[in-house]
Design a protein around this ligand. Structure first.
Ligand SMILES: C[S@@+](CC[C@H](N)C(=O)[O-])C[C@H]1O[C@@H](n2cnc3c(N)ncnc32)[C@H](O)[C@@H]1O
Length: 234
C-alpha cells in the first residue's frame, strides 16, 4: 500500500517511518511512502505557497495554484489515488474508517498549515476530509501520521500478530479489557486471580465483562452501539 503526503514539512513526517512496526513493514515492501511539496509547484519567485485570505481576516491560506498543479499531476498519474484532506472542520476519523481505508492501494494525505487550504482545492480534489479530534493542531502532518498509522495496522502482514486485531478496542464497539504483563505479582500488586487459573473460557468471560464495564463507564455512546449490535465499521 502506498501513502503520499502533500506537505511543506516532510521532515516532520518521514522520521516516523524509521522505527518499529512501520519501518519493518516498509522494509518488507508492504508499505511505501512518498512526499510531495507544493513549493515545488509554486510559480512564485520565492516558492511561496500561501497568501492572505480573500475578504481579509487573520492569517495566511494555501493558495490554489501550486495545489492544483500538484494534485492534478498526481490524479493524472494515478486516477484511483484516494485523496484525503485533513481539517478540524470535518467528520471525525474512526476505527471503521481506518479499516475501510486499508483496502485502498494508494492514499494521499493533503496537510494544511496556517489557516488552512483554499476551499476550491478541497472541492476539486477531495475524496474525503477528516478531522482527528475536537481540537486544532498547527498543521495536518500529525493528523496524517495518526491516520496513516491506524490504517497501516489493518494492511495484511504489517502486524506480527494479526489475532490481536480481533480483540482490540473498538472491535465490536467495545473497549478492550486491561492487560497485565508477567510477573503475575509485582511488588505486592497482584493481577486478577482469574487470569492465573488457566481456564480459558472463564478468562474470556471475565475479559468480556470488564470490557463492557469499561466501555459503559468511559464511552457510553459506544456502549449504546454495542447494545444495539451496530458494528463500528461501515
Ligand atoms: C491551524 S489549522 C487551521 C484551522 C482552521 N482555520 C479552522 O479553524 O478550521 C492548520 C491545519 O492543521 C490541520 N489540522 C488542525 N487541526 C486538525 C484536526 N483536528 N484534524 C485534522 N487536521 C487538523 C489541517 O490540515 C489544517 O488545515
Amino acid at each position: 500500500m502506498k501513502f503520499s503526503f502533500v506537505t511543506v514539512f516532510s521532515e516532520l513526517v518521514s522520521p516516523y517511518f524509521e522505527a518499529s512496526i512501520i519501518k519493518r513493514a516498509k522494509d518488507a515492501n508492504l508499505l511505501e511512502f512518498e512526499f510531495l511539496s507544493p513549493r515545488d509547484y509554486s510559480e512564485d519567485r520565492f516558492n511561496r505557497t500561501d497568501d492572505y485570505a480573500v475578504g481579509g481576516g487573520a492569517g495566511l491560506v494555501f493558495t490554489p495554484a501550486p495545489m492544483f498543479s500538484l494534485l492534478g499531476e498526481l490524479r493524472q498519474k494515478d486516477k484511483d489515488a484516494h485523496i484525503v484532506f485533513l481539517s478540524p472542520a470535518a467528520k471525525l476519523f474512526n476505527y471503521g474508517d481506518a479499516k475501510r481505508l486499508s483496502k485502498k492501494e494508494h492514499i494521499v494525505f493533503v496537510c494544511g498549515r496556517y489557516e488552512g487550504i483554499d476551499e476550491r482545492v478541497v472541492e476539486e480534489f477531495a475524496d474525503e476530509v477528516f478531522s482527528i479530534g475536537d481540537f486544532v493542531l498547527t498543521g495536518g502532518e500529525l493528523a496524517s501520521l495518526v491516520m496513516c498509522d491506524a490504517i497501516s495496522r489493518f494492511v495484511p502482514g504489517v502486524l506480527g500478530n494479526e489475532e490481536s486485531l480481533s480483540v482490540e478496542s473498538y472491535e465490536g464497539n467495545l473497549l478492550e479489557a486491561p492487560s497485565f504483563a508477567k510477573p503475575a505479582v509485582f511488588e505486592g500488586l497482584a493481577s486478577p486471580s482469574i487470569l492465573l487459573k488457566g481456564n480459558h473460557s472463564k478468562i474470556s468471560d471475565f475479559k468480556k465483562s470488564v470490557s463492557k464495564i469499561r466501555t459503559k463507564y468511559f464511552r457510553p455512546d459506544l456502549y449504546e452501539k454495542f447494545l444495539k449490535g451496530t458494528r463500528y465499521e461501515k
